[in-house]
Design a protein around this ligand. Structure first.
Ligand code: AOF
Ligand code: ZN
Length: 368
């Protein structure tokens, strides 16, 4: 166990903040943060750029040199173990050695099979004092999407829902617009912008014809939009399929109908069936295979319920409007009636706050 100083924590905290800002642009790579400290001063910092471009360590070194500072003898704080492999870029561990960095403090070991401890070993072999484990829990949070994809073979899944205080999302006639206020809707835009892909179901596309794009914020690229439509009930002219970046996930094999989607630039993912329904685990595995680290689910009660019951939801962000819609309205999560309250789904509240006039709860399925 390495002993870390109060300063070590402070600099790692700074690296973690850099990491959080880089997550989306770096995907499917982890958005790593790196801070270089020499003689008690920050002399360089950086975060991972887009895929194929510089890793965080190289950015921090370039920043250091651009400031006219020296990385020689410095300590590098990185939120993930420096890589040891020749991937799209040369190994960061090698570069740190070459620049004369004396000490490397990593928040965690990189679970990616090409690295997994070799970066630290490479540094030590070259005489650099290297350790991993400072603020690991925070780093696991910052890199949750990458870690989920590498360790579990599926994206980190955040399910977003908006409901009245009595848990209703729509009237029985399907009307569901404007449950929450403008601030909550803006918050949802920010949430979308932080995700690699947005998943919805055929029911939502048929009922609401949503676009599922980021519109109120500037983004370098739109998240992919994924529609789960097992039986091909949606129309290729639906808004979600327009403008590129849309994927259709279906079990259907109707070549003509699928060709109509492909003709509009929609990519088709063919899913296995499980108990007559599209296999959600297969869907998530395929999304991971396409580099989706973080997936946001914005769907109706059917898909919400199925995802939750399948144990495929990591976090729920629930906006609750201070209004009531009454018993005869649609709920958030559909599944068969329970006979025993012991079968209820238990959640833990991770965070609660207000957005405008609405409540926002962040919830974690217990045991997830
Ligand atoms: C680092 N620093 O900032 C990041 C790392 O094939 P490449 O070159 O794009 O490398 C991808 C792998 O490198 C990725 O899967 C992960 O294991 C690691 N990411 N490593 O030293 C960084 N983003
Ligand atoms: Zn690297």
């Amino acid at each position: 166990m390495t002993d870390y100083s109060a300063d070590d924590y402070l600099y790692m905290q700074r690296a973690l903040r850099l990491a959080e800002g880089a997550t989306r642009r770096a995907a499917p790579n982890p958005g790593v943060g790196c801070v270089l400290v020499n003689h008690g001063r920050v002399v360089g910092e950086g975060a991972t750029l887009a895929l194929g471009s510089d890793h965080a360590e190289v950015q921090a070194i370039k920043d250091c040199l651009a400031r006219g500072e020296s990385p020689r003898g410095a300590t590098a704080y990185v939120t993930l173990e420096p890589c040891s492999h020749h991937g799209r870029t040369p190994p960061c561990a090698e570069r740190l050695v070459k620049e004369g960095v004396a000490r490397v403090v990593a928040a965690m070991v990189d679970p990616y099979h090409e690295v997994s401890g070799r970066g630290i070993a490479m540094l030590r072999a070259a005489g650099v004092e290297a350790s991993a484990g400072l603020m690991e829990a925070q780093a696991r949070r910052a890199h949750r999407g990458f870690l989920s994809r590498v360790e579990r073979g599926r994206p980190w899944v955040t399910l977003k829902a908006a409901a009245t205080l009595d848990g209703k999302t729509a009237l029985l006639n399907g009307r569901s617009k404007w449950i929450t206020g403008p601030e909550a809707r803006m918050d949802v835009q920010r949430l979308r912008a932080a995700h690699c892909a947005i998943l919805t179901g055929s029911g939502t596309v048929l009922a609401d014809d949503p676009q599922l794009t980021v519109r109120e914020l500037q983004v370098a690229s739109q998240p992919w939009r994924v529609v789960l439509d097992g039986d091909l009930r949606t129309d290729p002219a639906a808004r979600v399929y327009q403008g590129g970046g849309a994927w259709l996930a279906s079990c259907a094999a109707d070549a003509d109908r699928l060709a109509a989607f492909r003709g509009r630039g929609v990519e088709v993912l063919t899913l296995a069936r499980l108990g007559g329904k599209a296999d959600l685990a297969d869907l998530l595995a395929q999304l991971a295979g396409r580099g989706v680290n973080e997936l946001m689910v914005e769907a109706g009660a059917g898909l919400n319920g199925a995802m939750l019951r399948a144990g495929l939801v990591d976090e729920i962000v629930l906006y609750l409007a201070p209004s009531l819609a009454g018993d005869a309205a649609r709920g958030l999560f559909a599944w068969p009636a329970l006979d025993d309250l012991a079968d209820k789904v238990e959640l833990d509240v991770a965070d609660v706050g207000m957005v405008g006039r609405d409540l926002r709860l962040t919830l974690r399925p217990r045991g997830a």
